[in-house]
Design a protein around this ligand. Structure first.
Ligand code: NI
Length: 154
C-alpha cells in the first residue's frame, strides 16, 4: 500500500493536460493501485493521476458501487442536466454547485487493456465528469455556479 501526496490547488501540474497511456505496464498498474489507496485513505470518491503529480490519463473512482479503474477515458455520450454540490481532494474546504449532465457514457481501457463502457447516472455521472476534467487541467471551481458557505452544509 502506497499513499501518494495529493497536489493542491495552486500547483501548476493540476492545470496541465494529461497524456494518453500507450502501454499498460507494471508502472501503470502500480499507479492505479497507489491512486486507489490514496483515494480511499483521503475518503474521496475519485482521483485523477495529475492530482498525484502524474500527467497520464488514468482515473480511479468509487462512488459507492466499488472501484472503477479507467485508462484513457473519454465521454461518448451525455444527456440531461443536474446541479450537484462538489468538492475536490485538491481544493480542501471548498464546495460548490456545478452543472453536470445527468447521465454520461464513458469509454476507456480497463487495467487488462480491454475496452469498456461505463454508464453513469446521478453521482457517478458527476464523478466521471469531475475526474475527466482533471485530465484536461480543469478544476470544478472553474465551473461552479454557486459556492456553498460552510454554515449551509452544517
Ligand atoms: Ni477533484
Amino acid at each position: 500500500m502506497a499513499i501518494r501526496e495529493i497536489r493542491k490547488d495552486g500547483d501548476e501540474i493540476l492545470r496541465k493536460k494529461a497524456k494518453e497511456v500507450d502501454v499498460i505496464n507494471d508502472r501503470i498498474l502500480t499507479l492505479l493501485k497507489d491512486m486507489a489507496d490514496t483515494m480511499y485513505e483521503a475518503d474521496g470518491v475519485g482521483l485523477a493521476a495529475p492530482q498525484i503529480g502524474v500527467l497520464k490519463k488514468v482515473v480511479v473512482i468509487d462512488a459507492g458501487e466499488g472501484l472503477i479503474e479507467l485508462i484513457n477515458p473519454r465521454i461518448l455520450e451525455q444527456s440531461g442536466e443536474q446541479l450537484y454540490i462538489e468538492g475536490c481532494l485538491s481544493i480542501p474546504g471548498i464546495q460548490g454547485e456545478v452543472k453536470r449532465p445527468q447521465k454520461v457514457v464513458v469509454e476507456a481501457l480497463n487495467p487488462k487493456g480491454e475496452r469498456v463502457r461505463i454508464e453513469g447516472e446521478g453521482l457517478l455521472a458527476v464523478v466521471l465528469c469531475h475526474e475527466l476534467d482533471h485530465l484536461d487541467g480543469v478544476l470544478f471551481k472553474d465551473k461552479v455556479v454557486r459556492f456553498i458557505e460552510k454554515e449551509e452544509l452544517e
